[in-house]
Structure formats: structure tokens, C-alpha cells
Design a protein. Sequence first.
Length: 470
Amino acid sequence: MSLQGRSRLGPYRLLTRVGEGGFGVVYLGLDDWGRAVAVRALRPLVGLNYDADVLRRVSGRHVAELYAAAADAGTSYVATRYVPGRPLDTVLTEDGPLAGRPLVRLARGLADGLCSLQDAGVVHGRLGPGTVLVDDHDPVIVDIGIAQTGEGFMASLGQPYGPAGFTAPELGRERPSAAADIYAWGAVVAYAATGRPPYSGRVDAIGLPEPLAGLVLAALSPDPLQRPTAQQLRDRLDGLLGGAPEREPAAESAAEPLVPEPRRPDEPTTVAKPDRRWRRAHRLIGFELLAIIAVLAAIAPTVTAAGVLAIILTLRLADHIAQATMRRRAARGPDPWNPVRAVLVLPWHVVRAVLETALFAPVAGLVAALGTAPVMVGAEELRPTATMTLGTAAAVGLFVAASWLGPGGRPLRRVTEHILRAVVPSRVSVIFASLALAGGLAGLASIVFAEPQDWWPLRSTPTVDWLLRR
């Protein structure tokens, strides 16, 4: 479904059209935090075959996680993680079949992606070279949970389901299962190794190297219960790559068969907990940083104010560079000249950052002045030095808050959120960071009134009367 003339779909800003398939048109978009997302406008009679909350449990390096599924002005859409790669069938057409370590890496990544699906109790059902994107030699499974309305019923009547040649033979008489995804894994790996797609329902695995050939043939077993699990495939492929597995596999002997014990069709699946973003914790850290800036302003107002302006300018510049790089990569793909282009346009990004800072800083300054006035009036009974200390702390603190939360603050929030996600990505790191910041805040607060304010490079210290005359 085309969205010609529309710049947004739901909360997502649409940047460019990146593809189109049977399910709909795919756009590169941005959410409110500047995160790149793939927004697919679904065609009529296309929807999700799982509840959106179930699909949000699917997370991992080799799957495109679902962010949202909704409708806007009659257009249904899904938003997932954006993968700046090429479809696997395009890679094989343009670059030829895979061999050696790249082939094993592809097989291992697909097995890991299927582990992520099975941990959440989700079956893809359409795994094929068109639903696998290759980004920097790593495969990512896409189109998870998207299906035509009524496909399950048609499959029960013996109608085709999924990409031709890559579907398990049992899908003509029963619904897709995790074992069907394993069969598709074997067909995709065989196609990647040989460059020969399945013909008349038969997968050509001739010429595959051992021991990968044994894994593929086991996955292509006509009996679903005799196929290996995604966990078993991943563990074996970890050994072929010669690296440590991401998860510690169970101990097994060299003589253990690939499928030691068939799984029961009704065997329950363990549901993985979704990956939570520590946004509330990041906000706590943000408030602590704001308090530290306010205390620093009480100690050295001029230096702190200059530092705040420098930080704002730097963050705006970083946001412009990041957004331009992402758009360039989406339009051109991986290109060795991208760093050169980034350097050539850097002066323009600097000019934009300076102009935006000059435009929005007075607005934040006005908010700070209006908010500081009551503080200065309420502190009239204190010593003049104490009044100036509280006033400068309030003024700089309000200026920072207005800059981040007021007009023009979205780029600042965007970059700050990315930095916090990188620096404090887990619960333990959040706790340590919060305690460290709290300790630093307490230490700085203890010296606020112990020493006179440092107004360097001013030769004299401004007074309340001087400010009122201004």
C-alpha cells in the first residue's frame, strides 16, 4: 500500500521507501527518540497471526524485533527494528553462493534467530531467502508474525503455505510448527551453499561440506519429530565456528546422535522474558545529572553556563551527523566513500548546530529567568551571597531543563538517550551509576556555601542589586 504524500504513519516519521513485497510497502522511519525503524504499511487482508504482546517477546541479534502494530487513518502497519542489509536471495544473485566461514556464520545466525522465536513460542512459517536480510555478513530474520488472513484455514485444506520450495512437506496438511521452521532452515542453508533453489519441492544439498551437510540433511527429514531443534543446531554450529557459544550448551558426548530424543508435538515452550529498556532508571540518572549541573552552577556559574552551551552544541552536532549518516546508508547501502562524504558535509552540520543553538537558547533563557525570579524574591531574607548562590543554581538548572524538554529539545533527548543506553545498559550499571552520581552530588553540595562563588573570568562578583538594575 503506497503512502504517497504522507510523511508520518502513526508516531513514526517516514524518511524513504526501502522496499515492497506481497505484504506491503516498507519505509525507513524514525521514532520520537531517533531510533531507525522499518515501517511496513500492510496491504488489505494482511495482519498478524499472533498477538502483538507475544511478538514483542521475540528479541535477539538475528531477529527484527517488533516495536508496534497499529493502524493510522485506515492503514494498518507494523514497526520493527530497521536492518540496513540486502535480502539473502539478492546477495546470492549478486555475489554468488557462500562457502567456508561465511556459510557457517549464516547457518549459525539463522539457528540463533529460530532459538529466539522458539523461546517466545512463535513460529515463523515463511522462512526463506526473501525473509532473511544480510547485514555485515550477519543474517536477520524479518516479517515475523505477518500473514495473509485465513492462511491457517487454507493450510488445513492442503493449500500451499510459505515460499515455494522452502516449506516443510507436512504444511499441506497441518499448521506450521517449530519443526517446519527447522526444515526451512535446512532449505535456506542448502540454497545459500549451492546457489540452486529448490525445484519441484526437492532441496538440492549436493556438494555441501561436512559436517554442515549432516545438519542440513537432518533438518530436511520428512518426519518433523526427527528434525533437530534450533538449540541443537546452534550448539553444533558454535563448534564449527571455533568460538564460544552465546549460551552454554549441555554437555554431550561425541557419539551422541543429532536428535537424541524426539519432541512431543504438545510439548510446552518456555517463554523468554522481553528485553526491557531502563527508561525510568535513565530518567533518574538524568535528574541526578541535572542536580549536579545546578550545584556546579552555584559554585562556578560562568564556567558551568559555558560548559552547558558547549554540551548542547555538541549534542546537536552529533544528532545531525547521526541522522545524515543513517539516511545516507539507507539510500546508498554500505559504501566505502561514506566516511569521506561525512567529512565533506561536516561544516554544514556545524553551522546548523550553531544556528539551532542560537535560536533555541534564548527561549530556554527566558524560561530560566521567569522561573528564577520567584527564587530570588523568596531568598531576600538570606545573605546576599546565599541569594546569588540559589539564584544561579536555579537559573542554570531551569535553562538545562527547558533546553531538553522545551522547543528544539528532541535532538538533545535523542542523543542523551542513546548515550545512557550505551553507558548504563543493565540494572547493575544503573544502580552503580545512580549511587556514584548521588555521592558526587552530596560532595559538591557540601562545599556550596563553604567557599565564595567563582565568577571567572569576571573581575568582580555580581550582586543581587546589580542583577535587578540590569
